[in-house]
Design a protein around this ligand. Structure first.
Ligand code: ZN
Length: 486
């Protein structure tokens, strides 16, 4: 049975919710739950292997499954299947033959989908069309023209999409400077504290991505104060390269001090450090620790936290934070608890990247590994909420012009320096004479102490005692120390 939320949620989230399989409790990154994992290196085709597979029924069966899985990302495939099924169910409920599709069945199903508030109703018809063609029916021009009506009707007047509630990372940071209470977690909720929300916001992670992050996915550079996350593949990465994203400290905390939790680097240190301690208490091999989740369960740090429990803990922390920050959230909208979802951190991070770090759209998209257009919405929203955006736009243009001008000036200066160098070479003899003159003036035959009025004979001109600054000179009598101040 397909159930769709009332025309709500952002597109990204909606797609996932309908399709994503439940998060398993154990960490197993392999075929059974994720996309097909690519080999370390791209393998080379082998004729022998091809013929071996083709000659074996067992190997063929596996090969077919592999191919089918790769045709669509697994979650998309699940959702497509569900869409086709609902089309058939609706048609049958109307006492109509679903296939071959006729204009009548198409409009009937479209009317039902619309009445039931499906916001992506047209996708159901598209899936039905594909099934129709796959079964072997022709798709004539008249059906194509008929499809245009539900396309328009099902996409019209849907109202604005509801989005996951935003929780500004700065709120977390402020709260955690002096928290009264950190909410207690249940055994199956994350063992790490609220710092983890800062980390997830900084890297625009969905709750599932946060749950799947393993210890070996996080790499620090303590000199540069950066943290790199290796993030698993997404729909935007069908060739399976995986994504690495690096962010630097932006709280400028002194080394050895606890930084702010909305700082990517310091939040990561806090979270990974805490989890490392937890894992060390267990009798695990190094390899097991590397493969362990960064966010483990309170009752078993080596166990992965489910989506539901991740969001439950997030809600608990937001509630506590809102309570303690009451009256201190000037100008910041109070987060609505009922709309906190697994996408809250992602959206909050995206908007924060624009609002506070002035990250341009392309960079936010890249940071978030976004395939969908949802990021545009987030970025646009953040910009619209910033009254200074107009100013920034002009400043941005101004800055670009200034940078170009400066670049021109820089080039001129470099030319001048080059000219001077050339001239200096020609005046080499003159320069040597000048240097000798300066040397002579710097090594006088006698020096007078202005405080005592005494005149002291200096050491010989070539004496090493004449080198360096007058402060270090020594007179022949030895009474001249520290430039005569002794
Ligand atoms: Zn920092």
């Amino acid at each position: 049975m397909v159930k769709e939320e009332l025309r709500s949620e952002d597109e990204e989230e909606k797609e996932e919710r309908k399709a994503a399989p439940p998060t398993p409790i154990r960490v197993e990154r392999g075929r059974s739950m994720g996309p097909v994992m690519p080999p370390e290196k791209r393998a080379r085709g082998s004729t022998a292997r091809a013929l071996e597979v083709a000659g074996s029924e067992a190997l063929m069966a596996e090969a077919r499954i592999n191919l089918a899985e790769l045709v669509y990302a697994k979650s998309t495939a699940a959702s497509k299947e569900a869409k086709g099924k609902l089309f058939v169910q609706i048609a049958e409920a109307r006492n109509l033959q679903p296939f071959p599709i006729t204009p009548e069945v198409m409009m009937e199903v479209a009317a039902v989908l619309r009445a039931a508030d499906f916001s992506s109703g047209f996708q159901y018809l598209m899936e039905a069309k594909q099934l129709h063609i796959r079964i072997g029916h022709p798709w004539p021009e008249n059906l194509e023209v008929c499809m245009q009506d539900p396309d328009r009707a099902l996409g019209r007047a849907l109202g604005p999409a509801r989005k996951a509630e935003e929780v500004r990372p700065v709120l977390w940071a402020e709260w955690l400077k002096k928290p009264k209470t950190i909410p207690k977690r249940s055994a199956i909720q994350p063992s790490v504290g609220p710092d983890v929300w800062g980390l997830a916001s900084a890297f625009l992670l969905r709750e599932v991505e946060l749950a799947h992050l393993t210890m070996e996915d996080v790499v620090f550079d303590f000199d540069k104060r950066t943290v790199t996350l290796g993030l698993s593949m997404s729909k935007t990465d069908p060739s399976g390269r995986g994504a690495k994203r690096t962010r630097a400290c932006n709280c400028k905390a002194r080394s050895g001090m606890k930084g702010l939790m909305d700082c990517p680097y310091h939040a990561a240190i806090e979270v990974v450090g805490t989890q490392n301690e937890e894992l060390k208490r267990l009798d695990l091999t190094e390899d097991q620790i590397r493969k362990a989740p960064v966010v483990g369960q309170k009752g078993g740090p080596q166990l992965m936290v489910s989506k539901e429990n991740m969001v439950a803990a997030l809600k608990m922390d937001v509630a506590q934070m809102v309570e303690e920050m009451e009256g201190r959230m000037e100008g910041v909208p109070r987060p609505n608890l009922s709309q906190i979802t697994g996408h809250t951190l992602r959206r909050s991070g995206a908007k924060d990247a624009v609002r506070r770090h002035q990250m341009p759209l392309a960079m936010v998209q890249w940071l978030g590994r976004w395939g969908s257009e949802a990021v545009r919405g987030y970025v646009e929203e953040a910009l619209e909420e910033m009254p200074e955006t107009e100013v920034q736009l002009t400043t941005w243009q101004g800055l670009t012009e200034k940078a170009l001008k400066l670049n021109g000036k820089q080039q001129k200066l470099e030319q001048m320096v080059e000219e001077v160098r050339k001239t200096a070479k020609g005046d080499c003899e003159e320069l040597k004479g000048m240097i000798e003159g300066i040397k002579a003036a710097a090594t006088p035959p006698m020096v007078a102490n202005r405080a005592t009025g005494m005149v002291h004979a200096t050491a010989a001109k070539d004496s090493p005692q004449w080198k360096e600054s007058p402060v270090l000179w020594t007179t022949r009598c030895g009474m001249w120390r520290l430039g005569g101040r002794w």
